[in-house]
Design a protein around this ligand. Structure first.
Ligand SMILES: Nc1nc2c(c(=O)[nH]1)N[C@H]1C(S)=C(S)[C@@H](COP(=O)(O)OP(=O)(O)OC[C@H]3O[C@@H](n4cnc5c(N)ncnc54)[C@H](O)[C@@H]3O)O[C@H]1N2
Ligand code: MOO
Length: 388
């Protein structure tokens, strides 16, 4: 049995070799860049107007109106001292422009422009190179492409991005009692649900599963199922069959498929019988079958590995501290990840902490961490990972 910290360290310390690929801008969200990016040109590329209004030459309150420039116009417009042109947001300002005045602060009579106030030099002009200069570093490799990053790469005209590949993930669920939702079931059977939580959580963080297989509680079937799944994945996630019951065949089947154990059992609740192993460059998590255990283990342990394999420099859900809404004592006898709900900056620990109970997790939005035996008073800070 290892501690939570030891388990996380073992995952973090795995030596891995990253693969790269080219992704179009459209499909690059959530990928980490595999190369440093420098700006191919100044951004903006030309001085342009931040407002709809008038470009002014010289600083006066009255000008002669001599023309117009719209966004996208490429013709070179010249204005002389005391002259102004109508201009629109984003349009290239004429050479000699001293300032732009927003139209709300102006009036026009025939071809004379009057300003309500004196303009200031450089006012409402977005300067060439104001955001980036040509050759300046935009992102270091490892940067995770979020929506604004995609906007920035697009604005640099970069349509194909060099990124680290994401791991291919297969899912196996085990259990004779499991029936696919929508199918008839008999006494003693239950509907299989863990794979939906796992594939949903994969999607939540920009991953997807490749193949999903349901295996009966039979040693040969488990061994064969694991062998097949390992033929087409970088990470195999198995749910159930990892505890000590007579029908728990996963651990032995993994061994017989050449998977080396890196840890088995973590001193925590839920998810004590969690297994992590490796075969060459493939990784296997066997998650305890209880629904809340398997999903909690995904968020805490599987996600950091998937992100590491995707070239992320920081992995795992960030930890935030919030005050707890009510006193709480951990009487579970193990450090615990509690189903919790954060609202208006305060944490409520939800009813239904059992490992088989998923409704509380579904209604909550966080996992709150409390140490073994720890007692918290109302208002004490508790560490939380946001899960939705
Ligand atoms: N003698 C002991 N028994 C158990 C121990 C122990 O230390 N000694 N640990 C308990 C803990 S803690 C957990 S967690 C579970 C984990 O067991 P398994 O990983 O072997 O999981 P299963 O036995 O296959 O299933 C547990 C539970 O979850 C339901 N389940 C399984 N898969 C699914 C699925 N895909 N969808 C929905 N529900 C699923 C299954 O029906 C069981 O109710 O072991 C304890 N026992
Ligand atoms: O470790 Mo188990 O997940 O408590 O039910």
């Amino acid at each position: 049995m290892v501690t939570i910290e030891e388990a996380l360290r073992i995952i973090e310390d795995q030596n891995i070799s990253l693969k790269s690929e080219t992704k179009p801008l459209e499909g690059a969200l959530g990928y980490a860049l595999s190369k440093n990016t420098v700006s191919p040109f100044d951004v903006p590329e030309f001085d342009n107007s931040a407002m709809d209004g008038y470009a002014l030459c010289g600083l006066y309150q009255e000008y002669k109106l001599v023309g117009e420039v719209a966004a996208g116009d490429s013709k070179e417009v010249l204005i002389g001292d005391g002259e102004a042109v109508r201009i629109f947001t984003g349009a290239k300002v004429p050479k000699n422009t001293s300032a732009v005045m927003m139209q709300e602060k102006t009036s026009v009579k025939e071809s004379t422009l009057f300003l309500d106030e004196m303009p200031k030099t450089g006012q409402n002009i977005r300067k060439k190179g104001g955001q980036l200069t040509e050759g300046q570093e935009v992102f270091e490799k490892g940067h995770i492409l979020n929506p604004p990053s995609l906007a920035l790469m697009g604005s640099l005209g970069l349509e194909k991005l060099e990124v680290y590949s994401k791991p291919q993930v297969n899912i196996i669920t085990t259990g004779n009692e499991l029936v696919k939702p929508g199918q008839p079931k008999t006494e003693g059977q239950i509907y299989e649900s863990n794979s939906y939580a796992i594939s949903g959580a994969l999607q939540q963080f920009g991953f997807k599963h490749h193949k999903k297989t349901q295996i009966q509680d039979d040693f040969e079937a488990t061994k064969a199922g694991i062998k097949t799944a390992l033929e087409s994945c970088d990470v195999l996630i198995v749910s159930g069959g990892i505890s000590v019951g007579d029908y728990d065949f996963v651990k032995q089947s993994l061994e017989e498929n050449g998977v080396n154990e890196l840890f088995y059992k973590v001193f925590q609740k839920p998810g004590k019988p969690l297994y992590f192993g490796r075969k060459d460059n493939q990784f296997v998590f066997a998650l305890p079958g209880n629904p809340a255990s398997s999903l909690t283990c995904f968020y805490v342990y599987v996600l950091p590995l998937l992100q590491k394999l995707s070239g992320y420099e920081t992995t795992g859900l960030p930890i935030y501290q919030f005050p707890i809404k009510h006193a709480y004592e951990n009487r579970f006898g193990r450090p615990s990840f509690l189903k919790a709900h954060i609202l208006d900056g305060r944490v409520e620990i939800l009813d239904g902490q059992g490992s088989s109970m998923i409704q509380s997790m579904a209604k909550g939005n966080a996992l709150a961490f409390i140490d073994d035996g720890e007692q918290l008073k109302e208002g004490d800070y508790i560490k939380c990972k946001l899960i939705s």
